[in-house]
Design a protein. Structure first.
Lengths: 516, 484
């Protein structure tokens, strides 16, 4: 299926690559042109992705806009793309955040702008490819393709003090998990080959494979390891604070906004549906790690002196919620988890944008260097407050909808998980509000802070779409849940069928649930 | 007396290469001492192209000749094409490099051609002596080529070391071959297999089991597997870089080709016996290669250890032993040829007369200063690390999927973990190139057009085999048809 005869998913994947080639032809001294062209390319890419949202058929859980050809026929590797309710919104998040990232890099990146923009567009290709690939090897290829540009972004344009350490750590950590996943993919392929005689890496075909439970544990373990490193789940999270802190602002935004979601997406698209029995049996372990992540992430966040590191650890905490909701295996939990993936992209992405703005002015990220900034930068303070409240999960903002659903789901599946996770909400408010108070309120202690300029037009333009989304997603979530509902229902139905769980009593639609 | 039939069309590529080798020698003698010897290089290139055109008609045709001593099947033809590519690229990069280092002479190009001839014989041999003949032709040519830079102590050392150890290992190989003859009464690969098949008691024959050991030692030396690898770093570092590239790709490919042919055509019944030895060898080779490469400071030595590691990955496929593994080995050797020759080309291009710049820290800051050098180098290094969508990833993918198919799960897992370890030292060079400032200015680099052309070919090869592997893979699969 395609729109007006255009294979839209391939277009979305390869258009940034074409854009990168166009940038390659521009002289590197012509920085203004490079930035403008990159910005236009990302906007056009975003516009290309909008039809997906509007033409998406919300009544079916089947894959849409599917494109399928052979890549290496001898092996059964196909070039197969498709989206459903789970990946649609993530693709849109990717194209949306890329625009904002390029916008926010305008004055932040002053050297090697050409290579920077090319890397970013390369990264976008990898991200969208990984989200829409329906063939395991194709997914693996795009998964690895994402590593190089991100590695370059952190290592070349990051904070000079520790960027190389952070970049290499990021690369090696992620790669180690991925290679084990490759073995699991191969094992799955051969098991399926022996059982059905079909040589294929097509995920939809492999969903149907029945695998003995012992093997499932190993394969799920390998997949889960690769994705858990990416999410990141405790205790594989140690690469994240370094990578986030040392990366340039746009790098952190895209890392938090999209790359982390690749891990959670991997769980819901591959690890759980391919190995449902193992997922169900190992549920207590995953949920415990998720809860530890929530609480540990929040506690460590509170103790950070570096603003960016604080936000980085808050990511660990937020994604703990996502994993908890996903492994609740009920409608609220899974939909909350998916929604929270989007929320985290928006709110933590905005937090990094905001930290980046103050860093550009003061070249420090230490909380003790700030204080009382709201007097000198009122517009900044307003945006910062809104984003902080969204991160905390104040009703009316997107954070509330996601968190509430996750907690609801967690409570329904296991009371203890729900209780423990809810304490995380309190901790979340604690570290965010305390940070905000120390940075924005109070008396201005440092003289440098008195002369700070408030946000300029470009910076406001970067934040306004985020704030609009925060409120839109918080007040009218139906717009987004509509797309997910049927897919998630089918996901849970398939899961329950294979695991032998009792089916849920028919649920009223999520929206009605909240409205009540 | 019956004159054995002689079918020259079978060995047409070899004849062409031998003739051009001799021709280059003659032209060198008659063309006087002065003057650029580039012409000789171009003539050799023409020779290889002509040999390639003679190879093409052999694709898909299976014929034996010379009383069963020579076979031209898909396997031999695939390797001939690989060797022609390797020789072509080596001569291309030699044209600038040899002149720079003062080793440009007729013997240089002729020896490369003769070595290629030897390689072709090794993989087309259906008889132990043909293989041995090819092995010796190749080895002696390479021994001399390694010591070509007569004024440089390290080059002479490398030739000497290689020669001594190589001769010793060849002795082992010969002894193994002799034991096979003693046990089976024949040196023809297929006859050996048939004889063993019809005399079941030979399965436990001590003579044949010992011959396995000796053959492993002899071939193991040539492919630089652990524990027969000690010569590799010193020889690779001392030899002229273009010859290092030639050795790392061509000699390894030829030796692997012969190893696979011998073990799978003549001694397949012993598979259970040599699988366990090879398993250990494969693991040791990968691990030692990768771990020692981490601590290297000289890029030629680092690439030497990385080539040891790659031999380990190939041995993983060897252990797997199924048809996927065999086609995987062929695919891997072709991909490896492109990546490795490309990487060594970049190493050559970073040097100039008197200043080799082969230390890894010389690569600092190259990324943005010489992007035309750094980007291909990055591509080759990442390909060797196994990052998609490059040739190295596809090659490792085939190799490891073969291992998984034969249920060598642990070997496959250790293999990919080794691959992850190797990322560190490959990445380190890119870190230096892009993330660090250069400690000293490297100026005056000459990028000879021939080398740039070789670089472009290697990049195209690496990208093509990574993004569109289907064609090469199916060619490899068809090539192994008659092997077992």
């Amino acid at each position: 299926m395609s729109i007006f005869g255009v294979p839209i998913l391939s277009l979305l994947i390869f258009f940034p690559l074409v854009g990168a080639f166009v940038l390659f032809l521009i002289k590197k001294e012509n920085v203004g042109a490079l930035r403008t062209v990159a910005f236009i390319i990302s906007i056009v890419e975003f516009i290309f992705s909008l039809p997906l949202f509007f033409a998406f058929d919300t009544t079916t859980a089947a894959m849409q806009f599917v494109e399928s050809t052979w890549w290496v026929q001898a092996y059964g590797i196909s070039y197969k793309l498709g989206i459903d309710g789970i990946s649609l919104l993530l693709v849109l998040l990717t194209t949306f955040l890329t625009v904002l990232c390029i916008l926010c890099s305008w004055s932040a990146i002053t050297f090697r702008v050409k290579e920077y923009m090319i890397s970013f567009l390369f990264l976008e290709t990898g991200m969208i490819g990984a989200l829409v690939a329906l063939d395991l090897i194709l997914f693996y290829v795009f998964w690895e393709v994402m590593l190089i540009p991100m590695y370059l972004l952190i290592g070349v344009w990051g904070d000079p003090k520790r960027r190389i350490y952070a970049a290499v750590k990021f690369f090696l950590f992620t790669m180690a998990g991925s290679v084990l996943m490759l073995i699991a993919i191969l094992a799955l392929y051969f098991i399926n080959l022996k059982a059905t005689g079909k040589a294929t890496f097509d995920v939809l075909e492999l969903y149907k494979a029945t695998i003995p439970i012992q093997t499932q544990y190993w394969l799920f373990g390998a997949f889960a390891l690769a994705f858990a490193i990416k999410v990141p789940m405790f205790p594989f999270h140690t690469w994240l604070p370094d990578a986030h802190t040392e990366a340039p602002t746009a790098g952190s935004v895209i890392l938090a906004g999209v790359l982390l979601k690749m891990g959670t997406y991997g769980f819901i698209r591959f690890a759980i549906p391919l190995f449902p029995n193992a997922a169900y049996d190992l549920l207590p372990i995953v949920s415990s790690l998720a809860i530890i992540g929530i609480i540990y992430g929040a506690l460590v966040s509170m103790m950070q002196a570096d603003l960016k590191r604080l936000v980085a650890f808050s990511s660990v905490s937020h994604l703990g919620y996502v994993m908890l909701g996903m492994f609740a295996f009920n409608m609220q939990g899974v939909e909350g988890s998916l929604y929270q993936m989007l929320n985290h992209g928006v709110s933590t992405g905005s937090l990094f944008l905001i930290v980046g703005m103050i860093y550009e002015r003061r070249h420090t990220r230490m909380i003790s260097d700030f204080g009382g900034l709201s007097k000198v930068m009122p517009i900044y303070a307003t945006f910062f407050m809104i984003v902080t409240l969204s991160s905390i999960g104040l009703p009316g903002t997107n954070g509330f909808v996601g968190e509430f659903l996750i907690l609801l789901g967690a409570f329904r599946s296991n009371m203890l998980y729900g209780v423990l996770a809810t304490t995380g909400v309190v901790l979340g408010a604690a570290y965010m509000l305390w940070m905000f108070q120390r940075v924005m309120f109070g008396v201005i202690k440092k003289p440098e802070n008195e002369k700070l300029k408030d946000l300029n037009g470009r910076e406001i333009a970067t934040l306004v779409p985020m704030v609009v989304l925060i409120f839109l997603m918080g007040i009218y979530p139906k717009l987004f849940f509509n797309k997910m509902d049927v897919t998630v229902e089918k996901f849970l139905e398939d899961f329950r069928g294979k695991v032998g769980m009792k089916a849920e009593a028919p649920q009223p639609k999520i929206v009605a649930d909240i409205r009540k | 007396m019956k004159v054995p039939e002689i079918d020259l069309s079978l060995i047409a590529p070899e004849i062409v290469i031998a003739l051009f080798g001799l021709g280059v020698l003659l032209i060198d003698v008659f063309s006087g001492k002065e003057g650029s010897k580039r012409g000789l290089g171009y003539i050799s290139l023409v020779g290889i192209l002509i040999a390639f055109f003679f190879t093409l008609p052999q694709i898909g045709v299976v014929k034996t000749g010379y009383a069963g001593m020579y076979v031209s099947d898909g396997y031999a033809v695939f390797f001939k094409i690989v060797f022609e590519i390797i020789a072509f690229l080596t001569i291309l990069i030699s044209i600038g490099y040899a002149e720079r280092e003062g080793i440009s002479c007729g013997e240089y190009y002729a020896l490369i051609l003769f070595a290629t001839l030897g390689m072709m014989l090794m993989t087309a041999g259906a008889h132990f002596l043909t293989i041995f003949l090819g092995l010796e032709t190749m080895s002696i040519s390479i021994y001399v080529l390694a010591g070509m830079m007569r004024q440089d102590r390290r080059s002479v050392e490398s030739a000497f070391k290689y020669f001594l150890l190589g001769a010793f290992a060849t002795g082992f190989l010969l002894y193994g071959i002799a034991l096979v003859y003693g046990a089976t009464g024949s040196l023809n690969l297929k006859e050996v297999a048939a004889f063993i098949a019809s005399n079941k008691h030979l399965l436990r024959s001590p003579m044949l089991l010992m011959s396995l050991v000796f053959l492993t030692i002899g071939f193991g030396f040539k492919i630089a597997s652990v524990p027969f690898h000690m010569w590799t770093p010193d020889v690779y570092e001392g030899a002229p870089t273009s010859i290092t590239a030639f050795m790392a790709t061509g000699v390894k490919a030829a030796s692997f080709g012969a190893l696979v042919r011998v073990f799978f055509s003549a001694l397949p019944v012993f598979l259970p016996d040599w699988t366990s030895i090879m398993w250990v060898l494969a693991l040791a080779t990968m691990t030692v290669g990768n771990i020692i490469a981490i601590s290297q400071t000289n890029i030629k030595r680092m690439l030497a250890y990385s080539s040891i590691a790659h031999a380990g990955y190939l041995l993983v496929a060897f252990v797997a032993g199924n048809d996927l593994a065999m086609s995987g080995i062929l695919f891997y050797l072709m991909a490896y040829a492109f990546m490795n020759l490309g990487a060594f080309t970049c190493v050559i291009l970073l040097g100039k007369k008197g200043e080799e710049n082969t230390l890894i820290r010389d690569y600092a800051g190259i990324g943005f200063k010489y992007p035309l050098l750094a980007v291909p180098m990055t591509i080759f290094l990442l390909s060797m690390a196994g990052i998609p969508p490059l040739a190295g990833f596809m090659a490792k993918f085939y190799v490891f999927s073969a291992a998984v198919k034969s249920k060598f799960y642990w070997l496959a897992i250790l293999g990919v973990l080794n691959s992850a370890i190797s990322v560190y030292y490959y990445l380190r060079v890119t870190v230096l190139m892009y993330f660090r400032e250069s400690e000293r200015e490297i100026t005056g680099l000459e990028f000879s057009p021939a080398s740039v052309f070789a670089l472009i070919l290697a990049v195209i090869g690496t990208l093509y085999m990574g993004i569109f592997p289907a064609n090469v893979l199916s060619f490899a699969q068809k090539s192994i048809a008659g092997l077992m």
